[in-house]
Design a protein around this ligand. Structure first.
Ligand code: ATP
Ligand SMILES: Cc1cn([C@H]2C[C@H](O)[C@@H](COP(=O)(O)O)O2)c(=O)[nH]c1=O
Length: 458
């Protein structure tokens, strides 16, 4: 950046009036470009190799992550007491695949497609999220990937992984882990004409940091804290996703819209908790304007972004709040505004999706991901509707979804739902006022109206 800015701004000023100025400028520009290319190649090459202080964190369903590192890197203090690897029992194998490319949109898309490919690769293997990073430069060194657990040592798995490495040799790092007499070895593979084992190093289990790197990376990769952050991801995405370009054109990048004199009330909650039912009734009772996020103006691209990587999908939902804020600001000049889902949904679903395992793995209370973005119009009141799982299932069934299929989904997603709701409850500034929405429609409406009267000037 410094070189580019020097070339583009300072240097021309120094050379103004000089006859050879255009030639010198062109030479400098070409030289800079080639230097930048060399730097990128060097950085990428460095990523393909092990760095001594490199740490690995493996996501765990019910506990904190499992951490390991090269044995040389371990000081007696940071070392765990045992090197028992839960994945390598009974002569099984494990492999790690990390995306090394530094371009975040490209890296996220490659990671998503590899995840899909790996899960479908061989029946019986287990694919778990993995992060590789250098502790004092987490964001700068982060590589996302997977640990592939192969307890039955499938012969064709190694071939398939080699195929993946061949196809993406510049962008991924493949390692295999084996246990020999209680010691675990990491072999790194590289394509050198054919796929070869480059080197072997001993790795050991270690204690990890608190909060875990899975929590630390949420901000900026799933939960955004400003419009600038969101736009920067979407601009990068626009190079490969035409809808991102169209979406950006819908965004009015003027000043932050200011709320009018009427109250803005947001209704939040899990699916089928009664938000639509309640918001329609509130609209009538309060003679309010009813809006939703994502707003109609950009909802035609929702499906495209729902199918995208988390980085891009969450940027879409985050942006949809800023787009909705423009309508909310205008409407609140003339009437109260009811909003069906807003920022809290965006953050709560993003956090619950990204954080694997159970509720204990969520970021602690007051973490930055629970804070309202400073540049987003703030509502006067946020109401969270909660109902028991049984009642929610009952309502979904009555709404007409197929029973058995839906039942299975609810079973599988029980932990996910708990995490979304807990994330909602932890949101701050504004926090949520929780209403038990398991009562009758009339009772829920009455309760909500009395809370609105208490909090807002209505
Ligand atoms: N208080 C209530 N008692 C019983 N049934 C209710 C109540 N509120 C809503 N329902 C019914 O539950 C179902 C889900 O309600 P609704 O569509 O309002 O929820 P929602 O939160 O907007 O859902 P989604 O987020 O999935 O759009 C509907 O069939 C609705 O008629
Ligand atoms: C607004 C918003 C929604 N989602 C997800 C959460 C749910 O699975 C669906 C529900 O949307 P609906 O419009 O209420 O049917 O969308 C999300 O992940 N992030 C958001 O900001």
């Amino acid at each position: 950046n410094t070189i580019t800015s020097c070339c583009c701004f300072r240097f021309p000023r120094m050379m103004a009036g000089c006859k050879t100025f255009p030639i010198v400028c062109l030479q400098l520009y070409l030289h800079t470009r080639s230097m930048l290319r060399t730097c990128t190649r060097m950085a990428s090459a460095a990523c393909q190799h092990r760095v001594k202080s490199q740490m690995y964190a493996v996501e765990s369903a019910c506990k904190s992550p499992f951490y390991f590192t090269l044995k040389d890197n371990v000081s007696p203090v940071s070392s765990g007491t045992s090197n028992a690897w839960p994945f390598l029992a009974q002569g099984g194998y494990a492999h790690s695949l990390c995306v090394t490319t530094s371009q975040r949109v490209q890296a996220a898309r490659l990671q998503k497609s590899m995840g899909k490919e790996l899960t479908a690769m061989v029946p019986g293997i287990q694919v778990v999220k993995l992060l590789s990073y250098i502790p004092d430069n987490l964001h700068g060194s982060l590589q996302r990937g997977f640990l592939i657990l192969d307890s039955q040592h499938h012969h064709d798995l190694q071939n398939k992984l080699e195929g993946l490495l061949r196809e993406n040799q510049q962008d991924i790092q493949l390692c295999t882990y084996t246990e020999e007499e209680g010691r675990v070895w990491q072999s790194r593979w590289e394509v050198n004409g054919q796929v070869k084992e480059m080197d072997r190093s001993e790795v050991v289990a270690v204690n990890g940091p608190m909060p875990s790197p899975f929590v630390e990376i949420l901000r900026g990769s799933a939960v955004y804290s400003s419009l600038q952050d969101v736009l920067s991801v979407l601009r990068e995405s626009a190079k490969v996703i035409p809808e991102a370009e169209k979406l950006l054109k819908c965004m009015d990048l003027g000043n932050i819209p200011e709320k009018g004199s009427h109250p803005v009330i947001v209704i939040e909650g899990l699916d089928a908790t009664g938000k639509s039912t309640l918001t329609e009734s509130l609209k009538q009772h309060l003679k309010a304007t009813l809006l939703r996020s994502p707003p109609d103006s950009i909802s035609r691209w929702r499906k495209t972004f729902d199918d995208e990587t988390s980085l891009i999908k969450r940027a879409y939902y985050a942006l949809s709040n800023y787009v909705a804020a423009v309508d909310i600001a205008k409407a609140s000049e003339v009437s109260p505004v009811i909003v069906d889902r807003f920022w809290h949904s965006t953050a709560a679903y993003a956090i619950a999706t990204e954080i694997g395992g159970n509720i204990q793995n969520l970021p602690d209370h007051h973490h930055v991901v629970y804070q309202w973005p400073e540049d987003l119009l703030k509502p006067d009141l946020v109401i969270l509707l909660t109902v028991s799982d049984e009642e929610r299932i009952h309502r979904i069934r009555k709404r007409g979804l197929q029973e058995t299929q839906e039942e299975k989904e609810l079973e599988a997603n029980s932990m996910f739902r708990q995490k979304v709701e807990e994330a909602y409850r932890r949101m701050e500034n504004p926090g949520c006022v929780v209403i038990d929405a398991g009562a009758s429609r009339e009772a829920v409406l009455k309760n909500t109206l009395s809370i609105i009267k208490r909090h807002c000037d209505i």
